[in-house]
Design a protein around this ligand. Structure first.
Ligand SMILES: Nc1nc2c(ncn2[C@@H]2O[C@H](COP(=O)(O)OP(=O)(O)OP(=O)(O)O)[C@@H](O)[C@H]2O)c(=O)[nH]1
Ligand SMILES: [Mg+2]
Ligand SMILES: [Zn+2]
Length: 294
């Protein structure tokens, strides 16, 4: 029987679409035992007697981004990611806790992370001053931040440059403009975008992760917006990996397993009090730490 490879571009239940190395698009079914095949997976498939194609095997992944389903079980969002684009906007306003959790997830995936602040055309210096301060904390600790506007095309060239040669995924709240940015980068596609509700929230327009190829090379996955992004239980080291600003002080706390919470001789706490480390991020870290323990 004919055996071939391909990359999954989208999955709907038991049906999926993949692209062959020759650039052909193929509709396939996923066998039951391959329940967790995800967008971005490299797979083997074969033509069946009835003429349709079926995925027979998932090739080894270098990582997979998951999100808990309504029962709390991890569900794959996409696989084989090199760059996590955490998309935020000025309207709806950023959710910093969620951004921190995505950055922790990027650490766990060993993927690069880029904070995208979209709808920069809507930036309001009065309304958004505090938000800009919070955003600057991320820059201060070394995370790259890119301001974009799908409306004015600000930042799109830089976004192209970031994605080139990599597999990038756009994540974030519903309504921040992930699909609009994808549309801006892929003008030949016609990706559905949705209006913002009266409440200022997105309407969950994108319902499945989908992979697109950029003409210059590289792949972009548009994923469904989330109301929240929860993390599975993490070890202290995994949690702290989302706070690279602590690493510089690593080993200088009195206790080498310091949680930077209540311990005497904690250099992180000291640096925060002295204004040398960003305070808002530290407070969010303590919030996540409290939840990890319970
Ligand atoms: N002013 C402005 N509006 C934008 C921009 N980008 C997107 N929008 C608008 O924001 C709304 C939501 O855009 P989408 O692209 O559907 O957002 P999304 O993040 O893909 O949302 P989900 O698929 O629900 O997760 C639409 O009304 C867009 O026109 C931008 O840069 N500036
Ligand atoms: Mg969308
Ligand atoms: Zn400490």
């Amino acid at each position: 029987m004919e055996q071939n490879t391909g990359r999954v571009s989208v999955r709907y239940g038991a049906e999926l679409t993949l692209e062959t190395p020759a650039g052909e698009t193929l509709r396939c079914t996923a066998r039951r035992k391959l329940e967790h095949v995800a967008c971005g997976d490299y797979v083997r498939w074969e033509k069946q007697e009835q003429g349709n194609a079926a995925v027979t095997e998932i090739l080894p992944r270098h990582n997979v981004l998951t999100r808990p389903d309504f029962r709390g079980r991890p569900r794959p969002v996409a696989a084989n990611i090199d760059l996590l684009l955490v998309v935020n906007s000025w309207q709806p306003a950023p959710n910093w806790e969620m951004l921190d959790r995505y950055l922790i997830a990027a650490g766990q995936l060993s993927s690069a992370a880029l904070i995208v602040l979209n709808k920069h055309d809507l930036f309001d210096p009065v309304r958004d001053t505090q938000a800009l301060d919070a955003l600057n904390e991320y820059r201060q600790v070394g995370y790259p931040v890119l301001f974009t506007s799908a409306r004015t095309r600000e930042g799109l060239e830089q976004l192209y440059g970031q994605i080139a040669g990599r597999t990038a995924i756009m994540t974030g709240q519903s309504g921040v403009g992930k699909s609009s940015l994808a549309n801006g980068l892929l003008p030949e596609q016609d990706i559905r975008i949705g209006a913002i509700a009266e409440t200022g929230e997105g309407r969950h327009t994108t319902t499945a992760s989908r992979l697109y190829h950029l003409p210059q090379g590289g792949a972009l996955i548009d994923s469904p917006g989330v109301r929240d992004f929860a993390l599975p239980p993490l070890s202290l080291a995994e949690l702290q990996a989302g706070y690279p600003e602590f690493l510089a002080l690593d080993g200088s706390c009195r206790f080498n397993n310091c949680t930077h919470h209540h311990e005497p001789g904690c250099q992180v706490k000291k640096a925060v009090s002295a204004g040398q480390l960003p305070a808002q991020r530290y407070l969010r870290y303590l919030g996540l730490l409290g939840r990890q323990k319970s």
